[in-house]
Each structure stands twice: as structure tokens, then as C-alpha cells.
Design a protein around this ligand. Structure first.
Ligand SMILES: Nc1ncnc2c1ncn2[C@@H]1O[C@H](COP(=O)(O)OP(=O)(O)O)[C@@H](O)[C@H]1O
Ligand SMILES: [Mg+2]
Length: 259
């Protein structure tokens, strides 16, 4: 089930360094939100706070709230493992387990969550997840072959299948196409378009065409200089960000007059 994310007064730190300051945004269910901005402005950092992956880094911490359908992910007694089950993540480089079979790769997240699952249910879940990731037809005859034998674009779709197999509410993607060729990139973009009927999706991209192609809303982040915290400068419908930005910094960035 797709859920609404609300970020409130969020400051994000690496030890004493404040990497991102005072983020406030609402991300609606069944929509795609893109994060854009120059390298180092904190896009990945913000993304990782949405499933409590940020704090995996030693001495990393946050101040503020991230609400998922009203419940604070950082509230007392909230189990980060449970959060990561609800909010899945796909990374820049496809990271399937290379020697593990395609089928077991899809089930890896489910097995990690310690869910006992019958062979019949497992087979059904594998098919459903691979279909959901637009990969089924390409791999249905070699489910027992190693995941590492797939092309880069197929591996990324395998990682998406693994992420959706645990039935999350939200999917986070950090530059999921940056290691892919243009054809595989389009396949992932089509997939993102289909997945948004079921999930809340947040994607970091350095490719502005990609942001315009896949997202409904876009957040532009920027930094004033080295050592300064990144900030969310403007957040609006993607169309407005690219065609009618309200902020001069956004305008400079989207028209390529940056730096
Ligand atoms: N693991 C880390 N430890 C310390 N600082 C980090 C770490 N990861 C990122 N940073 C810093 O946080 C800031 C934002 O980085 P990042 O979120 O990776 O930016 P972006 O994804 O927009 O390129 C940068 O100044 C970066 O150096
Ligand atoms: Mg990044």
C-alpha cells in the first residue's frame, strides 16, 4: 500500500557536520518525486533518512521528523528494520548477489525478514515480483541461473524485483540508472511509471531529462558553499520547476547556468 511521507524540520548530521538543513516536504502516495541538485548538496543523504539507512553510518544522526502516514519513523521504540521493510531502496549500482540464483535473489529480502514461505508461495512471489519489475519474460526459463549473469539493466530490474517482493509502501531509488545504457534506462523509467500506481516513489537523479520524464514533483537542493549545509530550495510540480521556477537558484540550475 502506497503511503504519504511528511518531512518536518529535518536537519541531518554526520557527527558534527550538518550536511542538510531544515527540510520540509510532503510526498504524496502513488506519485514519483525527483530530487535534483549539484553533487554534494545532500540528495542521497536526505533519501537515506527516509528508511533509516542514514544512521547505519557511524556517528550519523538526524533532528526532526519523518512521518509515514502520520507515524514518525524516528519515534521512540520504532524498529529501523521494520522501517526498511516498509521503505525499500534501490541503489546506484545494481547489487544482486552474483552467485545466488535469480529466484533466490528475488526472495533474499523476504528470507532476511525471516518469513517462512512454502515452495508454492515462493514460486508465486518470484513470478509476481519479476513481472512487477518487467523482467519475467526475459528470465522465466532460467530462474536457477546466477543473478550475476544478467546484463546491467536486467540486474537493476532484479534488484527492483527484490525490493518489491517484501511488499513495501515506498520505494527509494538513488540514481538507479547512472550505471545503465540508454535502452536499459528507458526500461527502468517505464517501470517507474508503472510502479507508481502502487507505491510512493522517490528518485534521486542527476539527469534532468529523466526528472521531467518520470516525476510528478521535483525538489531542487543546493549548497551555498563547501562546509555549508544543503537546503531544499524549491519543491513543486515538475513542470513548474523546469518551466516556471520561482527561485533564481532553481532557474540557474535547470537552465544550465550553474556555478
Ligand atoms: N558517509 C559520510 N560521512 C561523512 N560525510 C558524508 C557522508 N556521506 C556524505 N557526506 C557529506 O554530506 C554532504 C551531502 O552528500 P550527499 O548526500 O552524498 O550529496 P549528493 O547525493 O547530493 O551528491 C556532502 O558534503 C558529503 O561530503
Ligand atoms: Mg548522491
Amino acid at each position: 500500500m502506497s503511503k504519504r511521507i511528511e518531512i518536518k524540520n529535518l536537519d541531518i548530521y554526520y557527527d558534527k557536520f550538518k550536511a542538510v538543513e531544515d527540510v520540509n516536504m510532503v510526498i504524496e502516495p502513488k506519485s514519483v518525486t525527483a530530487f535534483i541538485g549539484p553533487s554534494g548538496c545532500g540528495k542521497s543523504t536526505v533519501l537515506r533518512t527516509l528508511n533509516r539507512m542514514h544512521e547505519v553510518i557511524p556517528k550519523a544522526w538526524v533532528d526532526g521528523e519523518v512521518l509515514l502516514d502520520g507515524d514518525d519513523l524516528y519515534g521512540q521504540g520504532v524498529d529501523p528494520v521494520n522501517v526498511r521493510r516498509q521503505v525499500g531502496m534501490v541503489f546506484q549500482r545494481p547489487n544482486p548477489f552474483p552467485t545466488m540464483s535469480i529466484k533466490e535473489n528475488v526472495l533474499a529480502g523476504v528470507r532476511l525478514n525471516n518469513r517462512r514461505i512454502s515452495n508454492k508461495d515462493a514460486a508465486e512471489l518470484v513470478e509476481k515480483s519479476l513481472r512487477g519489475a518487467n523482467l519475467w519474460n526475459e528470465v522465466k526459463d532460467r530462474l536457477d541461473a546466477p543473478g550475476g549473469g544478467l546484463s546491467g539493466g536486467q540486474q537493476q530490474r532484479l534488484c527492483i524485483a527484490r525490493a518489491i517482493a517484501v511488499k513495501p509502501d515506498v520505494l527509494l531509488m538513488d540514481e538507479p540508472c547512472s550505471a545503465l545504457d540508454p535502452i536499459s534506462t528507458l526500461a527502468i523509467e517505464d517501470l517507474i511509471h508503472e510502479l507508481k500506481t502502487e507505491y510512493t516513489i522517490v528518485i534521486v537523479t542527476h539527469n534532468m531529462q529523466q526528472a521531467t520524464r518520470v516525476s510528478d514533483r521535483t525538489g531542487f537542493f543546493n549548497i551555498a558553499g563547501t562546509g555549508k549545509p544543503g537546503k531544499l530550495i524549491e519543491f513543486d510540480d515538475t513542470r513548474n520547476i523546469f518551466e516556471n521556477p520561482q527561485n533564481k537558484q532553481t532557474q540557474d540550475y535547470v537552465t544550465g547556468r550553474f556555478g
